[in-house]
Design a protein around this ligand. Structure first.
Ligand code: EPZ
Length: 430
């Protein structure tokens, strides 16, 4: 398996282009199942997770074509055209679903359009049990009959789905997306209360509106969907990836660098930017995005708690911890979204970090310098936090299991080395 080798201690300086959001692209691709016309998604990132979902959609009969080029080394012009003219299967098989939990997002659109769907139940994963009960309960409220058989969710609504008022007991990004998509084809009005407000949910809603759906309350916690209209072709530009953006912000801050993030929108990571500002990181808008820098003193420890949007995102928690590991003073990092999202802690400790776990919180006592080590992680964001730690550390770090990084970071080594990082991918056997 490939590894990444980093020789740390070089400040990042230069420009990094930000791609389209993975976690917007995935539900948007699933939305193509709602219409027999072509949905074109512009600014599609080139990532393993996107290929995984494309492969799954292809098994359902969706025709997929990739077009367009990358201006200035970015990929803003790249477009994915998805045409679900003929859905040839309503079964999402275990072999594909087990690779990526977001595959469950085909369930709502399939049952809404075809009146039936059979989707493998995703298993647990490295960051927690991650059940899908809210997705299933919501579909039942829309009139689907749900059964669990041989590891599969079987959903049936032969007469079509019917709108309902669904109150989520807690916030779920995926359940909001799945049910919003299903509701566009359900008869009558659906109201989703306590809906997720993540920018990716808003992006999906805007695309559904472009496809002919009627949705109000976009970007709020109450979404009202007037269902039943036939959806049609649309062309939608995917919003920038706020987690990729936040990751490069933290890498820049950790190395004491100065980088312009092209295509980056500070408003998408406001909660993180506010906390980073308290820690000593500076931001300045530019014509193409914004600049982040930390050129003066060491960072100061700060307390962070993950929350649903607009709070501090769980998907930036590991990266933030890597940064705080060498800040001055203590920081308390509290994870409230997933029960097991601290796999990076033992690996950061191997690099000299002083971190103690107390339930859902980590007490990080900053050390003057991290030191390079051989490390690995079992999920995407934990892996990239080790890359950040390696960039800031003295000496050499190798990060194993690079396939996790390829799920969510496009051309990571290229983007970092263009800013002066000493980073390279070692091919298997090297
Ligand atoms: C999305 O996952 C993201 N994935 C995750 O990003 C992100 O960490 C997460 O939202 C939270 O922001 C995609 O968008 C593809 P949830 P999702 O449903 O939708 C529990 C990354 O690194 N829950 O909001 O699966 C769940 O276990 C990934 O890019 C239930 O109990 O997250 C969790 O504790 C990782 N029952 C909490 O809710 C349900 O039916 C929030 O999960 C659904 C969720």
């Amino acid at each position: 398996m490939d590894k990444i080798r980093i020789r740390g201690g070089r400040p990042l300086k230069g420009t990094i282009p930000i791609g389209g959001a993975k976690n917007a692209a995935l539900p948007l691709m699933a939305a193509s199942l709602l219409t027999d016309e072509t949905l074109t998604l512009v600014n599609i990132p080139h990532l393993a997770d996107i290929s995984t979902l494309a492969n799954l959609l292809a098994t359902l009969g969706v025709e997929i074509a990739l077009d367009g080029h990358a201006p200035n080394g970015g990929h803003a012009g790249r477009a994915l055209a998805l045409s679900a003219k003929n859905i040839t299967s309503t079964t999402a098989a275990y072999d594909l679903v087990r690779k990526m939990r977001a595959s469950i997002l085909v369930l709502g659109p399939l049952v809404a359009r075809e009146g039936q769907a059979r989707v493998s139940l995703p298993g647990g994963c490295a960051i927690g049990a991650r059940p899908v009960d809210l997705h299933l309960k919501g579909l039942e409220q829309l009139g689907a009959k749900i059964e669990l058989k041989e590891g599969y969710v079987e959903a049936a609504a032969p007469g079509g789905l019917v709108g309902a008022r669904i109150v989520f007991p807690f916030i779920s990004v995926g359940a909001t997306e799945n049910l919003m998509m299903a509701a566009t084809l359900a008869k009558g009005r659906t109201v989703l209360v306590n809906a997720a407000r993540e920018p990716e949910v808003g992006d999906l809603a805007r695309c559904l509106v472009a496809m002919g759906a009627t949705i109000t309350g976009i970007d709020t916690d109450t979404l009202t969907i007037e269902g039943g209209a036939k959806l049609h072709a649309a062309r939608h530009t995917i919003l920038p990836d706020r987690i990729e953006l936040g990751t490069y912000v933290m890498a820049t801050a950790a190395t004491g660098g100065d980088v312009e993030l092209v295509g980056g929108r500070l408003d998408l990571i406001q909660a993180a930017a506010d906390i980073l500002g308290q820690a000593g990181v500076s931001f300045a808008p530019t014509e193409r995005g914004f600049r982040v820098s930390r050129t003066n003193a060491a960072l100061t420890g700060v307390d962070v708690m993950t929350e649903p949007y607009p709070g501090f995102p769980t998907d930036l928690q590991a990266q933030m911890m890597a940064l705080l590991a060498s800040a001055e003073g203590a920081s308390m990092v509290t994870e409230t979204i997933f029960e097991n999202r601290f796999m990076h802690v033992p690996e950061l400790r191997r690099m000299g970090a002083n971190i103690n776990l107390h339930g859902g919180s980590a007490m990080v006592r900053g050390v003057p310098n991290l030191t390079g080590a051989q490390v690995m992680a079992t999920d995407l964001r934990a892996s990239v936090s080790l890359v950040i730690a390696g960039l800031a550390a003295r000496g050499e770090t190798t990060v194993a299991r690079v396939y996790h990084l390829d799920r969510g970071y496009e051309r990571l080594e290229e983007k970092l080395s263009a800013c002066g990082a000493d980073i390279e991918r070692l091919k298997e056997g090297a």
